[in-house]
Write a protein that binds this ligand. Structure first.
Ligand SMILES: Cc1cc2nc3c(=O)[nH]c(=O)nc-3n(C[C@H](O)[C@H](O)[C@H](O)COP(=O)(O)O)c2cc1C
Ligand code: SF4
Length: 290
């Protein structure tokens, strides 16, 4: 989750280090702009962040955002040359992340951002090989995966992909998303990070992706322990991700594991952290005084 503390700062190391020490198995570092790798982010200046997460006892992955956040780009704005540049950015980002010691890398294909728009028959009105048919709308995601897969394989990094399974306003549903998932797995994706994964029941939108050949992550209010347990016991996902619950209480995993749930500083869904994100200030939990 973007927390506006940078990636190479002491504040970022403290933030992620605390959450790793709180008992998460895998910390997925926030959406990080592909364009900044090799310019602002290097293996040398990212390594301390990885070290802080490892020191806390967790594995470290990083989410890579296509281009840069805040960029008002649509699929139609990208020339073939710009697509080539984006692929080169992902390749460089993977090389830098591998050299920095990350255990995983995740293209951000969810939440209505650029890669998600490419997948959408409504948002993607291109008439070339990247628009039109489902195969064409999946092309960019698959090319990104194909570009970073050799780097990930060589370094032993997990390859994750975050995808939004259903979006009526984007004109696609679970059937098309399953096609994408199968193609992503064939291209070498190890973990499908489905977001949001819950609609009516916890993890119900992650469940269709189980058994395809990749591990599946579910998210969305799974810091509510009974919901997380339901996801796992019903076999709707292999892994549960906790977002705001870890902003509210970095020790959430340890407290759950040790049966100290009454000590958890629970997220009350006030959305103040989201407001911080939008304001561009360091994200804080309004519940911290507790
Ligand atoms: C402050 C904030 C920052 C977020 N940043 C990201 C991000 O960088 N990448 C991403 O895929 N989702 C991001 N999200 C969405 C969360 O990862 C998560 O999917 C969402 O909060 C629902 O999970 P939860 O109920 O456990 O919080 C963010 C959410 C918040 C509140
Ligand atoms: S600021 Fe509000 S929504 Fe965000 S983590 Fe804290 S309680 Fe939850």
């Amino acid at each position: 989750m973007v927390v506006n503390r940078g990636l190479t700062t002491p504040e970022a190391r403290q933030w992620y280090g605390e959450r790793a020490a709180g008992g998460v198995a895998l910390a997925i570092v926030e959406a990080s702009d592909s364009i900044r790798f090799g310019r602002e982010f290097t293996a040398e200046n990212l390594r301390p962040l990885v070290d802080a997460i490892h020191a806390g006892g967790a594995l470290a992955a990083i989410q890579v955002f296509p281009g840069w956040r805040g960029q008002p780009t649509t699929p139609m704005d990208l020339s073939r040359e710009a697509i080539g540049e984006l692929l080169a950015q992902y390749r460089l980002a993977a090389e830098i992340c591998a050299a920095a010691g990350f255990d995983g890398i995740e293209p951000h294909g969810a939440h209505g951002y650029l890669l998600n728009q490419f997948f959408s028959p409504v948002r993607n009105q291109r008439t070339d090989a990247y628009g039109g048919s489902l195969a064409n709308r999946m092309r960019l995601a698959l090319e990104i995966v194909a570009t970073i897969r050799p780097v990930a394989e060589q370094a032993g990094m997990l390859l994750l992909y975050r995808h939004t399974p259903v979006r009526d306003d984007f004109g696609y549903g679970i059937a098309e998303s399953l096609e994408l998932a199968r193609a992503l797995i064939a291209a070498g994706v190890d973990v499908l990070d489905i977001s949001p994964a819950s609609h009516e029941a916890p993890g119900d939108r992650a469940a269709p992706f189980m058994g395809l050949g990749a591990a599946v992550i579910a998210v969305n209010r799974l810091d509510e322990v009974p919901r997380a347990l339901e996801v796992l016991t019903a076999g709707r996902a292999d892994l549960v991700a906790v977002g705001r619950g870890l902003i509210a209480d970095p020790e959430w995993p340890r407290k759950v594991r040790e049966g100290r749930t009454s000590e958890i500083v629970a997220c009350v869904r006030c959305d103040e952290c989201h407001a911080d994100l939008r304001r561009g200030v360091a994200v804080r939990c309004a519940e911290w005084p507790r």
